[in-house]
Ligand binder design. Structure first.
Ligand SMILES: *Cc1c(COP(=O)(O)O)cnc(C)c1O
Length: 423
């Protein structure tokens, strides 16, 4: 059998699938399905290579919480020493809700509202990753009227192809993100002249699910060129924020290890004489993606047509990656059964033909069986919706032999509690 993504935390004992020391079928029986289950050990283990690679130099690992923003997940990373990369005021509220330190938060995002900027200024976030001239000017005005100084870095668009899915590629000239390389020096000049702005660093994030070191190094070289040009103007940049985006293994991808990617980038940084700078990184998916599974039960097996459908109780509202990115995710039974495998399209109950989790999967199944969608710790529950008035799934965090419910299953009546009849 091929090793499970997320191993050794996700593994088989006989025919049974376990996450750490918890049997997944037992969790499904106790909490129902669809159910998200995460391994705390896997999250901590994914962080270690980043920590090791950056040890011995000033750095901050900012977990990009949009990948999975459950409070207990944030708590896990805060306790391990991480700061956070946020993309909204709501995410800052989550950091505050766990007692997190805003001075370890960087605020990214291409369209921050005045209200969000004011709130983040008031709470004292460490750095705003500014993505446009308008944002810079607005931030300066808001900071001045609040009697504060905003620490900023410019998010530069290096025009590098991260060679990933077009929806999650962010560092190309044609993407909405960042400040064009050729405008960056002028904008740093402008920033340095604004009274309520303090230039702190430079930032770049070229995309997600990147499986190759080369685009990182290409972007880094462009960034270092810019740093040198900016400092020739007498503006100093204390930190380099390398962004996130490292891919994980869903199926046959072979991304480099995080410590290898960071080590190559640090070698380039040092070789070009920038060893003194503080390093920030913003990993999301690579810290949580392979720590999670989505458990779902087989409702109906429909044979006999052109294709055979395995209809399960999880759907695109629970896990949109297949529908949205055409993403391949592993699907494996929680209890292996004997019998001849058949080829199934694993689909949800939602009224959309795009509502599928996996196509042409060879599985031996019966109705009522429990399946695990693997590598479902990132951009899964975080992107869940209530389409078709489906309550969002519960979430469980496994830690050794302990299993903690970290989000209750949504109650159906809460879905329309804020709606009003017209009188
Ligand atoms: C989404 C995002 C990240 C994290 O990306 P991953 O692919 O999950 O590592 C980091 N920085 C910014 C600005 C982002 O938008």
């Amino acid at each position: 059998m091929t090793p499970l993504p997320g191993a050794p935390f996700l593994h088989r004992r006989g025919s049974e699938l376990w996450l750490e020391d918890v049997r997944l079928a037992e969790l499904a029986a106790a909490h129902g399905t669809p159910l998200y289950v995460y391994s705390r050990g896997a999250m901590r283990a994914a962080l270690v290579p980043y920590q090791k690679a950056l040890a011995g130099r000033p750095h901050l690992i900012c977990y990009a919480m949009k990948a999975n923003s459950n409070l207990a997940v944030l708590q896990t990373f805060a306790a391990a020493g991480c700061g956070f990369d946020i993309v909204s005021g709501g995410e800052l509220r989550r950091v505050l809700a766990i007692g997190g330190d805003p001075s370890r938060v960087v605020f990214s995002g291409v369209g921050k509202t005045a209200e969000e900027l004011r709130f983040a200024l008031d709470r004292g976030v460490r750095c705003f990753n500014v993505e446009s001239e308008s944002e810079l000017i607005l931030l300066s005005r808001l900071a001045a009227s609040a009697g504060r100084r905003a620490r900023i870095s410019l998010r530069v668009n290096p025009d590098i192809d991260a060679r990933t899915h077009p929806y999650i590629s962010t560092g190309l000239r044609g993407n909405k993100f960042g400040i064009a390389h050729e405008h960056a020096v002028a904008m740093y000049r402008q920033a340095a002249a604004l009274p309520a702005i303090e230039v702190a660093g430079i930032d770049c994030h070229i995309g997600s699910q990147i499986t190759d070191t080369a685009p990182y190094l290409a972007a880094l070289d462009r960034l270092l060129d810019l740093i040198e040009a900016v400092e020739r103007e007498g503006i100093s940049l204390a930190h380099i924020d390398l962004g996130g985006g490292l891919g994980i293994t869903y199926g046959d991808e072979t991304p480099p290890a995080a410590d290898a990617v960071i080590a190559s980038m640090l070698a380039r940084i040092d070789a070009r004489g920038h060893a003194h700078r503080e390093i920030l990184v913003e990993p999301g998916r690579s810290l949580v993606g392979n720590a999670g599974v989505l458990l779902t039960r087989v409702l109906v097996l429909k044979r006999g047509g052109e294709r055979s459908f395995c209809i399960v109780d999880a759907a695109m509202n629970d896990l949109v990656r297949p529908a949205m990115y055409d993403a391949w995710m592993g699907i494996t039974p929680c209890t292996l059964r004997d019998g001849q495998p058949e080829v199934w399209d694993v689909v949800g109950p939602i009224c959309e033909s795009g509502d599928w989790l996996g196509r042409e999967r060879s599985l031996a199944l019966a109705e009522g069986d429990l399946l695990a969608v693997t590598s479902a710790g990132a951009y899964a529950m975080a992107m869940a919706s209530n389409y078709n008035s489906r309550p969002r799934a519960a979430e469980v965090l496994v830690d050794g032999a302990a299993a903690h419910v970290i989000r209750l299953r949504e109650a159906v009546d809460s879905l329309y509690a804020d709606e009003r009849l017209v009188r």
